[in-house]
Design a protein around this ligand. Sequence first.
Ligand code: GRF
Length: 219
Amino acid sequence: MSSDAKLRVAVLLSGSGTNLQAIIDRTESGELDIDIVGIVSDNPDAFGLERARRAGLRTAVVEFASFANRDEFDIELENTLANLEPDLVVLAGYMRILATPVVNAYEGRMLNIHPSLLPEYPGLDTYRRVLEAGDEWHGTTVHYVIPELDSGPAILQYRIRIRPDDTEDRLRERLQNGEYLIYSRVIDWIASNRLHLRDGTVVLDGMELDAPVTEDEIS
Ligand code: GRF
């Protein structure tokens, strides 16, 4: 990317796309100075695609069922992404595990947001699992993507204190409001050249992070 060009961001999603919407809204308001170059979904019915179309963004569907095998799907996904020439790939509710070659192709240039305080609770159903465990805190993590699922260097975490009357739905609503804040913030750090991955270590404003930056919900 030349120094005066905007960061080219591609978004991968499978579902409702509320995180995408938050990124679109902040880009349209000028808060995020990026170029959203395309939205790719594995699910043709994802509402996130509709959000993208309404915003006038380029969309593509790479659906697993349309391919004879996993390799063909992976190649098409990698080519679709490559055609968008992204500087940064943002996973926003993308529900497929990416093949190692595509992850490696975007090493240090691919982000995910996962609804837990990683390394705790990788995988699905984090809201149910924290409630069942009786935890005091839940949270969400923006991290660089590596081939292992829901791993990779953590950058920023948003934490909420679990209340006695919390349900999965209430937790999700509070946590997702935090996601909209922190995902855009991390993208902004990258767009403004403040954040890098250097030899597997997160570097923010020239400082190596030995733990993610944290922000707590204001209650
Ligand atoms: C987010 O809550 C994120 O934590 C998880 O998937 C969800 C996607 O939601 N990875 P949406 O599609 O952005 O509404």
